[in-house]
Write a protein that binds this ligand. Structure first.
Ligand code: P6P
Length: 347
């Protein structure tokens, strides 16, 4: 066990800051405030069954998804806490159509925060783990007359300076990377501190788990079906069957595969003509998790190539997602590109 297990997230971030001679403390300040926001969200999520904040608000968000009260709460907590930190020039939320400006009264900074405030919210009422996903970029625009430009928000994922997620489950865990490995911290509720519990997470190069919503099988193309049939040990290219695990909450499915190995897939499908690339969002879901998994030795693809190299066109664009153990994701690319000719069953 690493000698560092048990140190606080604050000490972990500060030790990183001390190792970086150019560090000004701005990033440390930004991450610290995000952690406070997550603690507030965690408290509400963990008592959701006890107070009347369950159920929908009757509103629909920019993704045309029923908005749960905790979604609204989490979105508001993050925006209100982060906008006065003085380290951001703007934000982007999965819940809001437009970029979030920092009010004139507040100091601005040179970072951009993109986030999904409460992913998996359809699981809130049934007590399944849900999460907050975030990616942080440096400002690139130089127009002095503007706090930010759209190009600051629409950067490819490899430009992220940090990314991670909070998973609100049997315990609240924060997993993040600043480009120097992936580390997990578990919230010690009675102390109110995140303590290092998973030092330098590495994902197995090949797993035994596949995660996909097989209810969408009728809406997939032939190559996608062949790929999933392979993981099931069926079809022309048979293999030893993998185990199927699917929670329906991206952060929960991703976190399990990160620790145990395996592949999570949300393929393009014909289910909704408005969402031909599937359901998941590039900027606030795929890119942050792609940075985490790559830093842990894994890989994330849209089926053709690296998620992190996609040039974004829209803040809310959707993307097919294949993410997890490197060998499994590369195999998925082989099926989806048609490169697969024949695989020995022993593979
Ligand atoms: P489906 C939750 O709404 C979410 O955005 C992700 O957390 C999850 O992976 C996905 O949708 C589940 O979608 O279509 O399988 O229910």
């Amino acid at each position: 066990m690493s000698k560092r297990v048990g140190i606080t997230i604050t000490e972990h971030i500060l030790s990183r800051q001390r190792e970086n001679p150019e560090a000004t403390g701005a990033f440390t300040n930004l991450l610290h405030e995000l952690i406070v926001a997550a603690k507030v969200i965690s408290r509400e999520v963990n008592k959701a069954g006890l107070v009347d904040i369950l159920g929908g608000t009757g509103q629909i968000n920019v993704q045309e998804e029923a908005v749960q009260k905790l979604d609204v709460f989490a979105n508001r907590v993050i925006i209100e806490r982060m906008r006065h930190v003085g380290q951001l020039c703007c934000m982007g939320s999965e819940e809001l159509a437009d970029p979030i400006e920092i009010p004139a009264a507040y100091p601005k900074g040179n970072y951009i925060l993109l986030f999904d405030p409460l992913d998996g919210s359809s699981n809130i009422d049934v007590n399944v783990s849900i999460g907050t996903i975030f990616g942080i970029y440096k400002k690139i625009s130089e127009d002095k007359a503007k706090d930010f430009l759209l190009c600051d928000l629409l950067q490819p994922g490899y430009k992220q300076v940090a990314a991670g997620y909070f998973i609100y489950g049997s315990s609240t865990i924060m997993v993040y990377t600043t480009g120097d490995g992936v580390h997990g911290f578990t919230l010690y509720p009675s102390v109110g501190e995140f303590l290092l519990s998973h030092d330098n997470i590495r994902i197995p190069s090949k797993g035994k788990i596949y995660s996909v919503n097989e209810g969408n099988y009728p809406y997939w193309d032939e190559k996608t079906r062949a790929l999933v049939d392979y993981f099931k040990g069926m079809g022309k290219e048979s293999s030893k069957p993998y185990t199927s695990r699917y929670v329906g909450s991206l952060v929960a499915d991703f976190h399990r595969n990160l620790l145990k190995g395996g592949i999570f897939m949300y393929p393009a499908d014909r289910k909704d003509p408005r969402k031909p690339s599937g359901k998941l969002r590039l900027m606030v879901e795929a890119n942050p998790l792609a940075m985490v998994v790559q830093q842990a030795g894994g890989y994330a693809s849209d089926g053709r190539g690296p998620i992190l190299k996609i040039d974004p066109k829209d803040l809310h664009q959707r993307v097919p997602l294949y993410i997890g153990s490197k060998e499994d994701v590369e195999l998925a690319e082989s099926f989806l590109s048609g490169r697969i000719s024949s695989l020995s069953p022993s593979r």
